[in-house]
Every structure is written in structure tokens, then in C-alpha cells.
Design a protein around this ligand. Structure first.
Ligand SMILES: Cc1cc2nc3c(=O)[nH]c(=O)nc-3n(C[C@H](O)[C@H](O)[C@H](O)COP(=O)(O)O)c2cc1C
Length: 224
């Protein structure tokens, strides 16, 4: 009984402790840790058990720098578009401090966001088969498994989609990695040892998220 409870507690702790980590020490990720991480990905569920994922491990510094440069360009374009279409201003509407707001706009449009992957000891490229219906969902399940194993191992990781969303950058990544036509670069996971502990980013209150029987009827009722 107590063993069961410790497994439940441990599982919840790993889920709650996971953070997006974007700063890493130079310490490499061991081969044993990589084996655990990859096995966690392999065990994920997939529609019709298609297992449409393939993984490319990038450790070479030259390759990491090239990928970081591609990722930075894409992020810069994406956030510049958000800025021009005023979406970014909407997103930061609650941030009253003008200096902080300008700094955020500058950071996001600078092309520096997502370049951190160049400094991660490992970039794990998650590739997905294009002709499988559920590939985006399947690969997301594998990615979350991987992120949780990363956390359990005391490592940190960030799920990076920016260079895979922009079609030109995705083509650049595919060419860099020699990927065949039938596959798409779905996401890149930058993995390493975190430089410092990170605070949890806020989550919406559970009451706002869950309904009972139909949309809008609260599942969690106010205490009398
Ligand atoms: C589908 C997806 C795509 C993401 N893409 C990026 C990205 O391109 N660059 C980045 O720095 N973070 C990216 N993230 C990380 C999110 O910003 C992060 O998960 C979110 O802010 C919540 O923070 P947390 O992971 O620390 O809880 C992505 C996360 C998900 C799930």
C-alpha cells in the first residue's frame, strides 16, 4: 500500500516539478541518461500504435550553433509579425511597467529567442512521419514522456517548436539533418543540466478548466 502511494507521490512530483529550462551548464548528458530518455519516448502511446516518431540526437557544437541560428531567425520573424499585427501588445496588455514591456518586445523581436538551443549539450530532434494521421498527437505524447523522464533524472529541457513551425526554417533543419521527404521535423528538445532552479509558471485555476456534464457547469463547486 505505502509503495503504491509513494509511486503516486513520485509521479505527481515529477509532473509538477517539470519546467521549461533554457539555460544549461556545460556538463554533458550521460549515455545512461540518454538511454532512459529515449526509452521514455519510445513507450508513448500512438494512434493505432503507428509509432510515427524518429529521433535525431545532436551533440556536435557546430551543428548546435547552426540549429540555434535557424531557430533565432524564425522566432524573430514570428514575434515581429505578432508585434506588427498588435497581437503582442494584446498579450502584454496587463504589463503596466512600460520599461519592462519595451524590454519584452525587444527581446521577442530581436531574433534571440530560441537561440539558447545552441548552448544545450543535447538537442533531440523529434521527427514525425507525414503520412500518419495522428502524428502531431503521437509525437506530443512522446515528447511529454521525454520531458518527464528528463525531470526525474534531475536534468532540464525545453520543448522548442519555433524552427519547425516556420516552413522555411523547417526545410533548413531538414536539409541540415539529411531528413527524408516523408518526415517532418516536429519539435526540438534542448536538454542539459539546469544552471539554477526555476519557479513554476502560473497555471489557470482548476475551477476555470473543468465542467460537469456540459460546458459551463462547474465541476468544482464553491465550498458552502
Ligand atoms: C507545443 C509547445 C511549443 C513550445 N515552443 C517553444 C519555443 O519555440 N521556444 C521556447 O522557448 N519555449 C517553447 N515552449 C515552452 C513554453 O513556453 C512553456 O512550456 C510554457 O511557457 C510554460 O512554462 P513551463 O514549461 O515552464 O511550465 C513550447 C511549449 C510547448 C508545449
Amino acid at each position: 500500500m505505502s509503495e503504491t502511494y509513494s509511486l503516486i507521490d513520485a509521479t505527481m512530483k515529477v509532473i509538477q516539478d517539470r519546467r521549461s529550462i533554457r539555460e544549461f551548464t556545460d556538463e554533458p548528458v550521460s549515455d545512461q541518461d540518454m538511454d532512459m530518455i529515449l526509452e521514455a519516448g519510445r513507450q508513448a502511446p500512438s494512434g493505432e500504435n503507428a509509432q510515427p516518431w524518429r529521433f535525431i540526437i545532436i551533440k556536435d557544437e557546430g551543428m548546435r550553433k547552426k540549429m540555434g541560428a535557424i531557430a533565432g531567425g524564425g522566432s524573430g520573424r514570428r514575434f515581429t509579425a505578432e508585434f506588427v499585427t498588435k497581437k503582442m501588445q494584446e498579450r502584454f496588455a496587463n504589463l503596466q511597467d512600460e520599461v519592462k514591456r519595451q524590454a519584452a518586445f525587444h527581446k521577442l523581436t530581436s531574433g534571440q529567442v530560441s537561440t539558447f538551443m545552441a548552448d544545450a549539450p543535447v538537442n533531440l530532434v523529434v521527427c514525425g512521419k507525414k503520412d500518419v494521421w495522428d502524428t502531431p498527437y503521437d509525437t506530443s505524447a512522446a515528447i511529454e514522456n521525454i520531458l518527464l523522464m528528463v525531470t526525474a533524472l534531475g536534468l532540464g529541457a525545453c520543448w522548442v517548436i519555433a524552427p519547425c513551425i516556420d516552413i522555411r526554417d523547417e526545410e533548413r533543419i531538414k536539409a541540415l539533418l539529411g531528413m527524408p521527404e516523408g518526415y517532418k521535423a516536429i519539435s526540438i528538445l534542448s536538454i542539459g543540466h539546469p544552471t539554477r532552479p526555476h519557479r513554476q509558471r502560473p497555471r489557470l485555476p482548476i475551477k476555470e478548466l473543468v465542467f460537469s456534464e456540459k460546458w459551463g457547469d462547474p465541476y468544482y463547486k464553491e465550498q458552502a
